[in-house]
Design a protein around this ligand. Structure first.
Ligand code: PAF
Length: 288
């Protein structure tokens, strides 16, 4: 089983000792951080396998970050499955898990500083979930400062999160490489998410229209962004159980919606409520 570390001091000591040991043997220790909120699924395992290719020590953090949940959101409902997570991580050979308490990460004093996500943090997921990205970036910044990893690994499924983490690292000159792993999908195409376990069978079947729409958009993108959007709508809109929040094509460098005459790389993003579960997904487009 991985060693579960609950405090920042202990984690720094353990990582420091590992670095010292490697240095004494004339080597280097590359630490790779995989930040998670637990409830691990195959998508997380893909991040961990990638992390093992990139470094010597894989550190998985498990922390359901209260700061990135709004007042009406599913913080209490968010699945907490530490024992099962540890067993899955043991099978992957992960040596260390950082699983701090909320009090450890946000002590009662000195915890009012926040990372502001800026304009992109207000769009799309940020519009639906006010404050979400400030909370997410704040905890990611804390984790990067605590662990000082060489690389941190994120999943492409949360495209806006990836964009904002990359922006923060560039803007604040954080010394870390960000590695992005492709989305892992169910056979139906549905992107893996810890929230999928809340879907009924009928909802899960309906939710597959999201990825089907995105795939159709990739083909239609050879006729432009408007055609790509129409192709996705044609598959998603008829699903009665799927309440679309947004379906947009954004520029990969700005994350703002592209104009109708855009040509070149882009990303299509979708968010929908399926039953009571909010799902997101995205794909790269080559718009011609
Ligand atoms: O993607 C997630 O699970 C979370 O947003 C993260 C990056 C672990 C920060 O809490």
């Amino acid at each position: 089983m991985p060693e579960v570390i609950g405090t920042i001091d202990e984690l720094r000591n353990r990582l420091g000792a590992a670095r010292d040991k490697a240095a004494m043997m004339g080597g280097d220790t590359r630490i790779v951080l995989v930040p998670t909120m637990g409830a691990l699924h195959d998508g997380h395992l893909a991040l961990i396998r990638r992390a093992r290719q990139l470094g010597d020590i894989v550190l998985v953090s498990i922390f359901v970050n209260p700061l990135q949940f709004g007042a009406n959101e599913d913080l209490d409902r968010y699945p907490r499955t530490l024992e099962a997570d540890l067993q899955a991580l043991a099978l992957e050979g992960v040596p260390f898990v950082f699983a701090p308490s909320a009090r450890e990460m946000y002590p009662e004093t000195n915890n009012t500083t926040r990372v502001a996500a800026g304009p992109v943090g207000l769009l799309l997921e940020g519009a639906a979930r006010p404050g979400h990205f400030d909370g997410m970036l704040t905890v990611v910044a804390k984790l990067l400062n605590i662990v000082a990893p060489d690389t941190a690994v994120f999943g492409q499924k949360d495209a806006q999160q990836v964009f904002l983490v990359q922006s923060m690292v560039a803007d604040l000159n954080v010394r870390v490489a960000i590695d992005v792993v492709p989305t892992v999908r169910e056979h139906s195409g549905l992107a893996l998410s810890s929230r999928n376990r809340n879907l009924t069978t009928a909802e899960s079947e309906a939710a597959a229209a999201l990825s089907a729409g995105l795939t159709a958009a990739q083909v239609a993108a050879s006729h432009g962004a408007t055609a790509a959007l129409a192709a996705a709508h044609a598959l998603i809109d008829p699903q009665a159980l799927v309440k679309l929040d947004y379906l947009v094509v954004v520029h990969p460098h700005t994350f703002f919606p592209v104009s109708a005459d855009h040509v070149g790389p882009a990303r299509m993003l979708v968010a929908a409520l399926v039953g009571t579960t909010r799902l997101i997904d995205n794909v790269a487009l080559d718009v011609a």
